[in-house]
Each structure stands twice: as C-alpha cells, then as structure tokens.
Write a new protein. Sequence first.
Length: 124
Amino acid sequence: MTGKRIEIESNVMDERRTTGYLEVKSFNPAEKTRNALKKLALWWGLSLVSILIPVFHFVLVPLFFFLGFFFARKGYKSEGQILNGETTCPHCGAEVKVAKGELSWPMTEICQGCARVVRMEPKA
Ligand SMILES: [Zn+2]
C-alpha cells in the first residue's frame, strides 16, 4: 500500500520550524462510502445485539445507534489515512515518528525526547 507524500512543517507553538513528511493514503468517494457503511453496520449490529441485554438495552441500543452515525460521519469526513511519517522536534531535535491513524489537520504528536506537543501542518 503506497500513499502520497506530503511535506509538513512542525512547530512547538513558537517561532521555530522544522520540516518533515507524512505518507498519506487518501480515499476516493466510493471508498469513503464503503468505510462509512462498514462502521454503520458494525455499530448497528452491536445495537441489535444489546436489545437482548435486560435493563441495559434502554441505554445501549440508542447509544450504539448514535455511535454508528457518529463514527460513520467521522470516517466519511476523514481526509485520508496516515501510513507513516516523520519529523524533527523543533525544540530538542529528536526524531518524531508519526503513528498510523486518521488524517486531520493540524496533526499533533508527543516528542519522545522532551515530551512537548509537536504540531504539524502541511507546508504551504
Ligand atoms: Zn523534543
């Protein structure tokens, strides 16, 4: 699985800037719809199963039903998925790895060297 490489600029909320990159896989509308439907099916499945749980079903059924909408919508709005990425901490110069996950700007990652929050934005 290969993605698109995005150049990023990192900062720790001051004037110092470092550069890095993110490898991103973006979804096309058909994939987005499929992902959203999958999430919806998963949560609504749980919702159906919890109908069988006495008492708790009053809470769980509507909760899971709602979560289905919530995650499906969130997944649909997602700009893509991060496969990997790397930048340099502007404060201590340590290498900061970006974990796999959903792409949403600005990205943040905790520096393992100085525990500062490194904020990453696409390079203009
Ligand atoms: Zn650091």
